[in-house]
Design a protein around this ligand. Structure first.
Ligand code: DOR
Ligand code: ZN
Length: 351
């Protein structure tokens, strides 16, 4: 392997930069610096800002003002809507400013329960009318994926992206929808590929996120689906939380109950390491450079309807063990500590 490679800048369809909001684990500045350190030139920010969800145009604008002032790389913003957000009137206004719409169909940071697809019927109809080409990004629940595919991709032929798949069953359902020529895509996170549910046993809340880590056999199947293209993209779900909040959840709720009455702290940071972790898998012969570039740059651009990035990143392909000292995110820790990686960003330039 050559010591230096130059590839198109990466696009992450799924980050949580936390600003403006009440979670101090990241800012737009620190999160985009972490993304740049990881070879990203564009990230798309999710709407579930703790204490300040992006449910109205004014919140979108507030976020965009901070982006203009502080972001180290390009940032696009998702609108958010939930059955309880009561923001149908805001959706057409936000649609003009946003890259897509994010729906949470399951409990996670910012919402507490599983939903039926039908509960989102009015939201989906309104978004489809306002922005027929701007994707709906779905955090699916355990049993509602088919319902959402029917309602969004089949009924409206609206582009639907299934975020962070964590089971081969979900991938098979998505594959079936693609065979029926429905406009459905999906993404997988590095933690679902390279960690497993067993890590929860040893690392507690530092390995808890939504959707949860999969059994190793399932994680290996996900990797195969990424390699053969059934899974379209890698998205990081960079979801920073302070280590002290992970500790609080660990002390108060070690078995990881999610019943509203218990403290939870779902999500892990790690955008700096997504490509280096993949490059190490490439070194081991598990995935090609071509597929990595497609899954982290070309396809994500296609999903949000933009041209592939013109900016190129030059990587120095040295091998190392990831260490908390390598962390650029303000959260200050990484679930990938101790894992093997290849590649540090050397420079960023135009083609
Ligand atoms: O683990 C997660 N953390 N999953 C999500 O869907 C949200 C995220 C967060 O915002 O912390
Ligand atoms: Zn997320």
């Amino acid at each position: 392997m050559s010591d230096i490679i130059t590839i198109p800048g990466a696009i992450d369809l799924h980050v949580h930069l936390r600003e403006p909001g009440t979670n101090p684990a990241e800012t737009i500045k620190s999160g985009t610096l972490a993304a740049a350190a990881g070879g990203y030139v564009l990230v798309c920010d999710m709407p579930n800002n703790p204490g300040n969800p992006t449910w109205i145009l004014e919140s979108v604008k507030e976020k965009q003002r901070i982006i203009t002032k502080d972001a180290a790389i390009e940032v696009l913003v998702y609108a958010g809507a939930q059955p309880e957000s009561q923001n149908l009137d805001e959706l057409p206004k936000m649609a003009k400013q946003c890259v897509g719409l994010k729906l949470y169909g399951a409990p996670t940071t910012g919402n507490e329960r599983d939903y039926e697809a039908e509960e989102f019927a009015a939201i989906i109809e309104t978004w489809h009318k306002a922005a027929p080409k701007k994707p709906i990004m779905l955090h699916a629940g355990s049993g509602n994926l088919s319902g959402f595919i029917q309602l969004i991709a089949k009924k409206y032929n609206h582009p639907l992206h299934i975020c962070h798949v964590n089971s081969a069953v979900a991938v098979e359902l998505i594959k079936k929808a693609k065979q029926e020529e429905l406009p459905v895509t999906c993404g997988v996170c590095p933690h679902h590929l390279l960690m497993s549910s067993h890590d929860e046993k040893s690392r507690g809340w530092f390995a808890r996120m939504q959707p949860p880590l999969a059994h190793q056999i399932e994680a290996e199947k996900l990797f195969d689906h990424l390699v053969n293209g059934d899974i379209d993209v890698v998205e990081t779900d960079h979801a920073p939380h302070l280590a002290e909040n992970k500790w609080l959840a660990e002390r108060e709720n070690p078995s990881g109950m999610h019943d509203g009455g218990n403290r939870t702290c779902y999500g892990v940071p790690g955008i700096e390491f997504a490509l280096p972790l993949l490059f190490y898998q490439m070194k081991r012969g598990r995935i090609s450079l071509e597929r990595i570039v497609e899954a982290t740059s070309i396809k994500p651009a296609k999903i949000i309807g933009i041209e592939p990035p013109k900016k190129e990143i030059t990587w120095e392909m040295t091998e190392y063990r990831i260490n908390d000292d390598d962390v650029a995110s303000a959260s200050g820790w990484t679930p990938y500590n101790g894992m093997m990686a290849v590649g540090k960003v050397k420079s960023m330039g135009m083609k």
